[in-house]
Ligand binder design. Structure first.
Ligand code: G3P
Ligand code: CA
Length: 251
């Protein structure tokens, strides 16, 4: 029988709290998530912040493009949904939360806008991990951080800079030999959209036969949760970690 997938809280417990906020990640940890997922961008003054979109307009009371704002300016902005929550969450803070967690917890960091800024996000990520002792030369055997991107160039250059940190190549369609489970050498895990598994659940076994585990996103529907479990997915990213965990424990 296949192992139960590990539950990754996508943008925190974002079904219940505003995405990418401290409270969304605190709730995910309280709800027993095995791992957290976040998107990162670089501010004008060089800080990595947890923001999905190019602009902060959708997720905050502020306006503007992340790369044109300072982290101090984003400290004055409300990122809460029903309850006010001022200040953007930095990746440094989130990493601190993960490392302070009483249970071993992983963090999946997705770099955004990797092409436009020519590797700046990955460069900053490697530097931050190094400050935490999580990148070369002293990477722990079981790295708590995994890096991911839809951009192959971003994953490749990150892997070159931090070979000990696992990488996930995200994709939302099968192209070339991908359907057969083939991944480039610098991508440690396959990261398909769950819609691809609805079409072809055998992908997970083919990737596994070639030595690659699968991280699947974004899995909220009980039918998809079952699909991931039966296909042998290792990590399942969901906006609702508690109900997903309960479903996996008692289908
Ligand atoms: O976990 C991967 C998934 O987050 C990719 O899509 O748009 O939610 O960042 P998006
Ligand atoms: Ca993401």
């Amino acid at each position: 029988m296949a192992e139960i997938p590990e539950v990754v809280a996508h943008r925190g417990a974002s079904a219940h709290r505003a995405e990418h906020t401290r409270s969304a990640y605190e709730l995910a940890l309280e709800q027993g998530a095995d791992a957290l997922e976040c998107d990162v961008r670089v501010t004008r003054d060089g800080h990595l912040v947890c923001v999905h979109d190019r602009r902060i307009d959708r997720t905050s009371s502020g306006r503007g493009v992340v790369s044109a704002l300072t982290v101090a300016a984003m400290a004055e902005v409300d990122f809460g949904r029903s309850a006010a929550e001022y200040g953007v969450l930095t990746l440094d803070e989130l990493l601190g939360m993960v490392r302070a967690s009483p249970r071993p917890t992983k963090l999946f960091v997705e770099t955004k806008h990797p092409v436009r800024y020519g590797g700046l996000v990955e460069h900053k990520l490697v530097a931050l991990l190094a400050r935490h002792g999580l990148a070369a030369p002293a990477v722990p055997a079981d790295s708590p951080v995994l890096m991911m991107s839809f951009a192959p160039a971003a994953v490749r250059r990150f892997k070159e800079a931090a070979p000990g940190v696992p990488t996930v190549l995200l994709f939302s369609r099968f192209s070339g030999t991908r359907r057969g489970g083939v991944l480039p050498p610098w991508a440690d895990l396959a990261g398909p959209d769950v819609r691809l598994l609805r079409e072809d659940p055998g992908f997970v076994a083919r990737a596994a036969a070639l030595g690659r585990d699968t991280y699947c996103w974004t899995v909220d529907d009980p039918v998809d949760i079952e699909l991931c479990r039966s296909a042998g997915v290792r990590y399942l990213a969901t906006n609702a970690p508690e109900s997903t965990r309960l479903h996996l424990a008692d289908p």
